[in-house]
Design a protein around this ligand. Sequence first.
Ligand SMILES: [Zn+2]
Length: 56
Amino acid sequence: MRCSFCNKRIPEGTGTMYVKASGKIFYFCSSKCEKNMLKLKRKPTKVEWAQKGVKK
Ligand SMILES: [Zn+2]
């Protein structure tokens, strides 16, 4: 699986799963990604460090 924010591969057994009230499931590689997505509501495309794990 991949991080819902930075798109980095998450090794099995690590990372965080977050289920929204709407039923949508997010996976996060770190609390940093979780915070950016859920609290700061940033778009991964607008965050430079989140682009590094994304293949172009
Ligand atoms: Zn991430």
